[in-house]
Design a protein around this ligand. Sequence first.
Ligand code: SF4
Length: 148
Amino acid sequence: MTHIATIDEMARVATCEPLKHKKRYIGDCVIRKLQNVTHEEACGLLGVIADEITVQGGIGTLVISKDGGVFTPFPGMRQRIANAATAGLDTLEGITQGVVFISDDELRKREAICHACQFYDAGICKSCGCMLQVKTKLASQRCPVGKW
Ligand code: SF4
């Protein structure tokens, strides 16, 4: 499981002092600093021991493992609108087939996966930009990185 860097951990690395209280800004500052460091260096700078570290920011999500760092940018407005339009069309198709919502059991599974995911941020999926309170309920929807 990934370790999601806390504000306190990020504050050890960030130099953007006036913005330290704002998670997104501090995350952006830390992402820029850690984008080209090794996993070992990132652990040392943040003061954590973890196989995988996730840093969330407004610009996207940086996941640093022993294989290196992978940055996933937060989709821009145009992409998010396109994603929402596609989801709407998929849902319409589901309506015509009589399947719109998943079962409560399946919903609980999806929610648990999302809450533990490195892309989860305050109810938003930072990979596709969708509102998870809606996305997780719809039978037509899939996790953009294949977790459900
Ligand atoms: S939809 Fe997938 S990528 Fe997005 S938060 Fe949920 S599990 Fe993570």
